[in-house]
Design a protein around this ligand. Sequence first.
Ligand code: ADP
Length: 552
Amino acid sequence: MLGLMQDWPLTVDRILDHAASRHGGREIVSRSVEGPVVRTTYAELHARAKQVSHGLRELGIARGDRVATLAWNGGRHMEAWYGVMGIGAVCHTLNPRLHPDQLCWIIQNAGDRVILADIGFAPMLLAALASHPTPVERVILLSDEVHRPPEAGRRVLMYEDWIAGRPTSDAAGAPAWGRFGEETACGLCYTSGTTGDPKGVLYSHRSNFLHTLLVLQADVMGLSAADVILPIVPMFHANAWGVAFAAPAVGAKLVMPGQRLDGASVHELLETEGVTFSAAVPTVWQGLLQHLDATGEKLSTLRRVVIGGSACSEVLLRRFWEDYGVEVRHAWGMTETSPVGTMSTPGAETAALPFDQQLPWRVKQGRPPLGIELKLADEDGARLAEDGATAGRLMVRGPTVARGYFARDGEVLDAEGFFDTGDIATLDAHGVVQVTDRAKDVIKSGGEWISSIEIENIVTGHPAVAVAAVVGVAHPKWDERPLLLVQLKPGQVAEPVAMQDYLSGKIAKWWMPDDVVFLDEIPLGATGKVDKKGLRAKFAERYAAAELSQAG
Ligand code: ADP
C-alpha cells in the first residue's frame, strides 16, 4: 500500500523559491570583484536567476547540459548557480586555483558548453581555452560592459548586459523551474586530485535537497533565519559545504567574501556585517587568529564556526572558545559526501563537562547525523571493531554519498553499498570518528602506522608555529620515517631540536620525526589544504643516506 501524501519532488529550485517568497527582503552582501560591497536580496537574486535561465535557454542550453562557473563566492555566482540548476542543467563549479591545463582537462571531461567566470579569471581562462580543445561554446564574464577586459573578444558576453531586460518571472516569460524528477543531475564538482586524477562527483537535486536538511539539523550546522552567514569555503569546494543551499533554505543573511580571504579582510566582513556563523578550512582560521593577535581586535558577533576539510587542531578549538567565546564545530567530509559526513557536536554527557575536558572529544571529527551510515573495514573489506581504538578504512553510505563518478567506469561501492573514503580512522560505539590519516598520507614505519594528523596537532600548539605538516619519507631501514615541516609565525625563530623537545613525552618515542625542516611557507593545494603530495616529492631523498643503525 502506498502512503497518501503529495508528490513534491525534492529539487533545489524550491529552496530559492522559498527564500524569495518567505524571506524576500533578507540580504545577500557580496564583496564584488570590481571592488565595492554590493547588496541584493533573495527576491532580487531569484528574479536575476530567472534571467540567467532565460539567457541560457536562448543559448540552447537544455536539461542535462553542463554549464560551468569559475568564480569566487558572490551574489552573481549564486544567481548563475540557481539559474542553471532551475532548468535542469548541471552547474559545474570549476576551481580557479587549478593549473590551466588541469582546468581544461576537467572542462573537457565534463563537457561544459558555457562558462560563467569572474572577470579576474578572464586572461587565464581565455588563453587556456584558446590553446586547448574544449567543448566550450560561450564564455560569459560576471560583470558589465564597462569592465570588459581587453582580451575578451566579441563572442565573450558580459553578464549584466546579457541578462538585462530578460523576463524575471514565469508570468513574464522566463522558463519555469523544476518539473523534472528529483533524481535529475544538479551539480558537478571535481575532487581536487590531491590523491590522483580529478574525479567528477555528480550531485542530484534530491541529494542536495536532503543534504540541506541534513546540515540544518541542530547538531550539524543548526542554522536559522536569524543567522548571518559568511561562507568562506568556496562554492567550488563541495557547494560551500552545503551553505549555498542551507542559507536560503532558512532565510539567513548571506555575506559573500569574494577573493580576499586573508585575516584582515575576513575580520572586516565579520564585524561590519554582524556575522554569526562561518565555515572554512583550518588555514583560513589560522590567518584570522594571527590577524587578531597582531591587532588586538575582537570578534563581537561571531558565535559558531565550522572547521573541516583537514584536521582542526586543539589550539584552534581552544583559542576560539577561550579568547573569543566562539564555538568551533569540527567537521569531516569530502566532495563525494556532499560534503558533510560527521560533526563534533557534543552529546549530553560531553556537553556537561568543563570545556577543558570536552577538548579531547571535540578535536575528533565527530559523529554522523541521521542520513549517514559509517563502518570500518580492513584491507580485505572485513568489518573491524567499533571500539575507538582499532584503525581501519572509513566507509560511508547514504542518500548524499556518491555511487559513481561522472564519465568514469568502475565500481566504487563495496558489496554492502558503502563508499571507501580513502581515510584511515577509528570509530567508537557511538559512531564518533577520529581520522588518523588519509590512506595515502599514512606513514608506515617498521610495519606500524604513525598518524601525521596527531603529530601536526601537537606541534601546532607550539607558540612559534603557524603551520605544521608531517610526511612519510622513504628510509633504508624502516620503510618510512616521519619528517616534520614547519612554517613559523612571522618574526619567530626556533631550532629543530626545540620542536622535537616539544613533542617529547607527548607521543610514542618511535613516532618522533627524525628531522625538522623550517619552510618560509608550507605549500597549499587547490582547496587550501597542505600539499602533502608535493612535500613528499620534494623531500623524497631526505633520509636516503640515513645510517641503518640510527633511525627509529
Ligand atoms: P580533495 O582534497 O581530494 O579535493 P575533498 O576536498 O573532498 O577532496 O577532501 C576530502 C578529504 O579531506 C577527506 O577524505 C579527508 O582525508 C580530508 N578531511 C576532510 N575533513 C577532515 C577533517 N576534519 N579531519 C581530517 N581530514 C579531513
